[in-house]
Design a protein around this ligand. Structure first.
Ligand code: CU
Length: 123
């Protein structure tokens, strides 16, 4: 009776099992190493950029909602002159939204940089 198994046969079997496994692991690692896609910017109506509101003046209908997005590295605010709304501190990438339920002209500014001003005309 012959029970001898050739060594080369064993090696071949190990390779046959481990090679596909290695390829799967490599592929999985490749996926996890893929660079992260940049986060999409939130939707906004008015950008705060370069120490200015863009656009500085906007006209909307009663009941419309405006969203500001701070694109600067510095902290800014969206603060109504008459105190109607105040965003508080907005860091880079933060947004502030406000719904204008009353017609009128609303002047606003940035508390840390009072020379930054904007106007919302609600008609
Ligand atoms: Cu500011």
């Amino acid at each position: 009776m012959k029970t001898h198994v050739d060594t080369s046969t064993v090696v071949m079997r190990i390779l046959a099992i481990s090679l596909p496994l290695l390829m799967v692991l490599t592929a999985a690692t490749g996926i996890s190493c893929r660079p992260d896609e940049p986060e999409p910017e939130p939707e906004f109506d008015i950008a705060i950029e370069g120490f200015a509101y863009e656009p500085a003046e906007i006209t909307i209908s009663v009941g419309a909602t405006l969203t500001w997005l701070n694109r600067d590295l510095d902290v800014h605010t969206v603060t109504a002159q008459d105190g109607t709304f105040d965003s508080g501190n907005l860091a880079r990438g933060d947004t502030f939204s406000y719904t204008f339920e009353e017609p009128g002209t609303f002047e606003y500014y940035c508390i840390p940089h009072p020379y930054m001003t904007g106007r919302v005309i609600v008609g």
